[in-house]
Design a protein around this ligand. Structure first.
Ligand code: C2E
Ligand code: MG
Ligand code: MG
Ligand code: MG
Length: 292
């Protein structure tokens, strides 16, 4: 009887578990089709320097234009492909799509850096630098300094020796790095000095609550202080209001990215947005108000 019950229990669990595995597998297969059939696209979000109000770059963020489910954010598909070959295929697709966009903008007279997010497994995959070099060679008209790679702090820290070696080889190709979601990894501050990164991106979770949560404010302050001491440029992500921007500027961080400036948008909308930007004085004049 007990044995029987045990078997039944196991059986029920097994079916549920199987179903979940099958659903993930179906989701992965559907994603592979999306990748092959051109259902993926990149949206672009501007990055601003409040001193002078210039646009200093854009971040490319992947979207899946699902025919039935609409526009899907990466949170809906990155977790299912993590650890599979698709993760690397997507990563290479994103780099190539960004290079294609850089070329198209260049032909329209727009020269702006594009930041691309690189997953940890992709960066450490062993063929990353060779494939990157191959892609760069396919777009010889695009200056490599316009392509910037964003690497998560946690990825860089996970295997710091390999990450550093790979990053240095990319730098030799003229590619700069930004460290993403800074403040969320471990031993951040001690390793900051060693990492070959040209931009530190303060994680949006700290920025969002900095005006109401003293702990988050303390983290933001320390990161800005350390970055300034190490003379590393930094940018705050997730800036939704002018109050955030003002506080960041007062602490010494002039570069910002967030919904307050613009939500990520399709590439076609970007040139029009750029033309309208100088009219948005409230952001570009901030620095002048503070410095008198
Ligand atoms: P991330 O690189 O830290 O990108 C910032 C995320 O915050 C984006 O979400 C962006 O839309 C969102 N965001 C920007 N400004 C604001 C704001 O003011 N408030 C709030 N609440 N959110 C803001 P998204 O596009 O959903 O991407 C989420 C994450 O997915 C990214 O975080 C990045 O880690 C990853 N990701 C996006 N595109 C790619 C890609 O092409 N490849 C890889 N490997 N990862 C990607
Ligand atoms: Mg990023
Ligand atoms: Mg981030
Ligand atoms: Mg993030």
């Amino acid at each position: 009887r007990a044995k029987q019950q045990g078997r039944d229990t196991y059986h029920v669990f097994d079916t549920g578990f199987d179903r979940e595995i099958q659903a993930r597998e179906a989701h992965r297969q559907r994603f592979a089709v999306a990748l092959a059939q051109g259902e993926l696209t990149l949206h672009y979000q501007p990055q601003v320097d409040m001193f002078g109000g210039e646009i200093i770059g854009t971040e490319a963020l992947v979207r899946w234009q699902h025919p039935e489910q609409g526009m899907l954010a990466p949170g809906h598909f990155l977790p299912v492909i993590e650890g599979t070959a698709l993760e690397i295929e997507l990563g290479e697709w994103v780099i190539e799509a960004a290079l294609r966009q850089l070329l198209a903008w260049r032909e329209q007279g727009i020269e702006l850096a594009v930041h691309v997010n690189i997953s940890p497994a992709h960066l450490l995959s062993g063929r990353f630098v060779e494939r990157l070099e191959w892609l760069l060679n396919r777009y010889p008209e695009v200056p490599s300094k316009l392509l910037k790679l964003e690497v998560l702090e946690s990825a860089a820290m996970h295997d710091i020796q390999s990450a550093m070696a790979t990053m240095r080889r990319c730098q030799a190709l003229g590619i700069d790095f930004a460290i993403d979601d800074f403040g969320t990894g471990y031993s951040s501050l001690t390793h900051l000095r060693q990492l070959p990164v040209d931009l530190i991106k303060i994680d949006q979770s700290f920025v969002r609550d900095m005006l109401t949560d003293p702990d988050d404010m303390a983290i933001v302050e320390s990161v800005i202080y350390m970055a300034n001491r190490f003379r590393r440029p930094m940018l705050a992500e997730g800036v939704e209001t002018l109050a955030h921007a003002r506080a960041l500027l007062a602490l010494g961080c002039a570069r910002v990215q967030g919904y307050g400036i613009a939500r990520p948008m399709p590439a076609e909308r970007f040139p029009g947005w750029l033309q309208e930007w100088p009219g948005r004085h409230e952001w570009s004049a901030l620095a002048m108000h503070l410095t008198g």
